[in-house]
Design a protein around this ligand. Structure first.
Ligand SMILES: Cc1ncc(COP(=O)(O)O)c(C=O)c1O
Length: 391
């Protein structure tokens, strides 16, 4: 039995056109982009073409694109690099002990953990509260900004709830207090229109494998006027900002995936929104809470909890019936702790433990959703009966 994949926020299958474009670069085209010979030059040209495709997909200039190996790396680079750069412009870390790094309470761990790690250098990481809809509390942010702040990092769209932040407003507040602004747009790319210039941030993270590109390529879109130090030192690739031989095939795949994502954006949004609405309509007859449904959300994402059933248990049961869904953030860890995103939204721990995420993709169909709803109802009834027997 082939499983129905309903976990597109975790990762996506490689697009066949993208695979075609990558294949020669993994096999016959073997040049290192740094080499001066024809092989090297061909690889360099291909990487630069991909840089233009990536830039075009998110309203940036090619010169602002720094390729990395993952969204995780780009987020680490942004958080550590921007915080240090700000301290540097203010006269150095020694003079600026206690500078804040503010990140929203719902960030992916690859933002919140590097922020915490900066404590050892004298920075003060602080979480920005969100309200019950999963939106950054702008009043609280403004209050927190009274203290000297090196960086504000807030994700554009949340991987669990799909809730979309008013980033331009967050950036305006942060800039007014002299802080750098970073956004993790990994979940936004390919799902909503994305424009680096309009968001008015200093740096923005995107990742290839969420848009049917390969794993192993991502980018930090960066305001290059900032004097930022790299995480990786070495041969000086990416204008000295990210040393290491470029993953040429993956970067080429990322470039094409970006171009295709923009072309398909409208269709993706309307198709997945139709499926999501059909799904949530069907959920209504069950005893469920849908998280973030009052806010502007990604079109493809539904995050909900079935009362009195563990999310983990339901995910396993659905997997056995041929449906791949997530019980929270599959890309963070295999921890069974309740979602930090839901706790930050004020959801109680018991309800949060029941959370299940469904994230639709372009190849899902209304028939699959209808069938999935039937299976979901049966599994919920079966699990409830088991719980009742055990009680
Ligand atoms: C919002 C968000 N940021 C960052 C990441 C990490 O990106 P990558 O898997 O490319 O390291 C993910 C998921 O994996 C994500 O959902």
């Amino acid at each position: 039995m082939e499983s129905v994949y309903l976990d597109h926020n975790a990762t996506t299958a490689l697009d066949s056109q993208v695979l075609e474009a990558m294949l020669p670069w993994m096999h016959t085209q073997s040049g290192n982009p740094t080499s001066r010979h024809s092989y090297g030059r061909a690889s360099r040209d291909a990487v630069e073409h991909a840089r233009t495709q990536v830039a075009d997909a998110c309203g940036a200039y090619p010169s602002q694109v720094v390729f990395t190996a993952s969204g995780t790396e780009a987020n680490n680079f942004a958080v550590k690099g921007l915080a240090l750069a700000k301290a540097h412009t203010l006269g150095g870390i020694e003079l600026n002990s206690g500078l804040q790094i503010l990140s929203s309470a719902i960030e992916h761990p690859c933002v919140s953990r590097p922020a915490l790690a900066m404590q050892s250098l004298g920075f003060m990481p602080r979480a920005i509260a969100v309200n019950q809809h999963g939106l950054v509390d702008l009043v609280k942010l403004q209050e927190q900004l009274v203290k000297s702040t090196a960086l504000v990092s807030a994700m554009l769209a949340n991987n669990e709830t799909g809730v979309i932040q008013d980033l331009a407003k967050i950036a305006e507040l942060a800039r007014a207090h002299g802080a750098f602004v970073h956004t993790d747009a990994v979940q936004a790319l390919g799902k909503i229109s994305l424009n680096f210039a309009d968001l008015n941030v200093h740096a923005m993270t995107i990742s290839s494998h969420k848009i049917h590109g390969p794993q192993g390529a991502a980018a930090l879109i960066l305001d290059k006027r900032i004097d930022i130090q790299p995480l990786l030192h070495g041969g000086g690739q990416e204008k000295g900002l990210r040393s290491g031989t470029e993953n040429v095939a993956a970067i080429i795949g990322f470039g094409l995936a970006c171009e295709l994502a923009v072309k398909r954006l409208k269709d993706f949004a309307s198709h997945t929104a139709t499926l999501r609405d059909q799904f949530e309509q069907g959920l209504k007859v069950l005893d469920v809470t849908i998280f973030g449904s009052q806010a502007n959300r990604l079109p493809n994402t539904s995050f909900f909890a079935i009362h009195s059933i563990e999310g983990e248990t339901l995910v396993m049961a659905l997997d056995r019936k041929g449906y791949a869904v997530a019980s929270g953030s599959a890309c963070s860890s295999d921890s069974t702790e309740p979602s930090h995103v839901l706790l930050a939204m004020g959801v109680d721990a018991d309800t949060a433990r029941g959370a299940v995420r469904v994230s639709f993709g372009p190849h899902n169909t209304t028939e699959q959703v209808a069938e999935f709803l039937k299976v979901l109802k049966t599994e919920i009834a079966r699990l409830r009966q088991l719980t009742a027997i055990a009680a």
